[in-house]
Design a protein around this ligand. Structure first.
Ligand SMILES: Nc1ncnc2c1ncn2[C@@H]1O[C@H](COP(=O)(O)OP(=O)(O)OP(=O)(O)O)[C@@H](O)[C@H]1O
Ligand SMILES: [Mg+2]
Length: 270
């Protein structure tokens, strides 16, 4: 197997109106692809299309999306459900929303693991505690016994990412994982994702409007503009020598690029 995920000339419409057009790109195993672009450019649409959750009125109208050489558009809903979570993990902007407010974290982690494999609470706690420790999340036991509202937004997001990784998915989709967080929590989330990349070699699609986050994590970056690909290439090349006028515009909108980059470029504590 070569590429993990392939978009081939994909068009997606909402209520018959194209939101993204002529989208072709691929993600290799273990690679981090950043997707950047202004609000409404179609970033989340691409992520939702992979998960098969475009919602009412949303439809892939042209092209193909293949994951591990399987055409996602031909999979049954049952097979898609199996893929989600197990092969393809996801985290979203609103960390709290990925957890149910009235059940403890430990309970929910066990619930999501047992949807995919036979597992008891004691085993799921042990798996979670082991991973928390690797990620420098101290007080793992307390986290498992907490309700989501008892943890900060940053902590919820870090725990949510760890929970998504427990099934060891081949691909992790992250839609604006840091944008609801303050700078310090955002940096911790980025650092956690870097450690996970080292530990698991998971491929990641990282949607963000923050160029600092792209430069800290992404091997390649794809710039979307009004539903089309403006530019796609190695992160350092695109950031230092953008070929497309819109990419240049986007970078100019971040005047303190260097500061952003140094803020996010901390070495992971292993
Ligand atoms: N459920 C929907 N029904 C109709 N139009 C939609 C729907 N979801 C998205 N769109 C439209 O599709 C386009 C792309 O939206 P999308 O949410 O993918 O953008 P985005 O790049 O993720 O933006 P943001 O940075 O604000 O999250 C927009 O024009 C949006 O209005
Ligand atoms: Mg979005």
């Amino acid at each position: 197997m070569n590429e993990l995920l392939v978009f081939d000339q994909v068009e997606i419409c909402y209520h018959g109106k194209p939101a993204v057009q002529d989208i072709s790109f691929s993600v290799n195993p273990g690679e981090v692809l950043g997707i950047a672009g202004e609000s409404g450019s179609g970033k989340s649409t691409l992520i939702r299309a992979v998960l098969g959750i475009l919602g009412q009125g949303g439809q892939i109208t042209k092209g193909r999306i293949c994951f591990q050489d399987r055409d996602l558009l031909r999979l049954s809903e049952r097979d898609m459900r199996k893929l989600r979570g197990e092969q393809i993990g996801m985290i979203f902007q609103d960390a709290g929303a990925s957890f149910c407010p009235v059940r403890t974290i430990g309970d929910q982690i066990c619930g999501s693991l047992s949807a995919h494999r036979k597992i008891r609470r004691r085993e799921s706690d042990a798996m979670a505690l082991e991973l928390f420790e690797k990620l420098g999340l101290t007080e793992g036991r307390r986290i498992l016994e907490s309700y989501p509202f008892e943890l900060s937004g940053g902590m919820n997001q870090r725990v949510g990412i760890a929970a998504a990784m427990l099934l060891n998915p081949a691909l992790l989709l992250a839609d604006e994982p840091t944008s609801a967080l303050d700078a310090v929590s955002g940096r911790q989330v980025i650092e956690e994702m870097r450690i996970l990349k080292e530990l698991y070699g998971t491929a990641v699609i990282l949607v963000t409007h923050n160029i600092g986050v792209v430069s800290a994590l992404a091997d390649r970056v794809l710039v979307l503009h009004r539903g089309r690909i403006a530019e796609c290439g190695e992160t350092s090349r695109v950031l230092e020598d953008p070929q497309d006028a819109y990419t240049r515009e986007l970078l100019e909108a971040v005047p303190k690029l260097r500061r952003y980059r140094s803020a996010y470029r901390t070495e992971p504590k292993m």
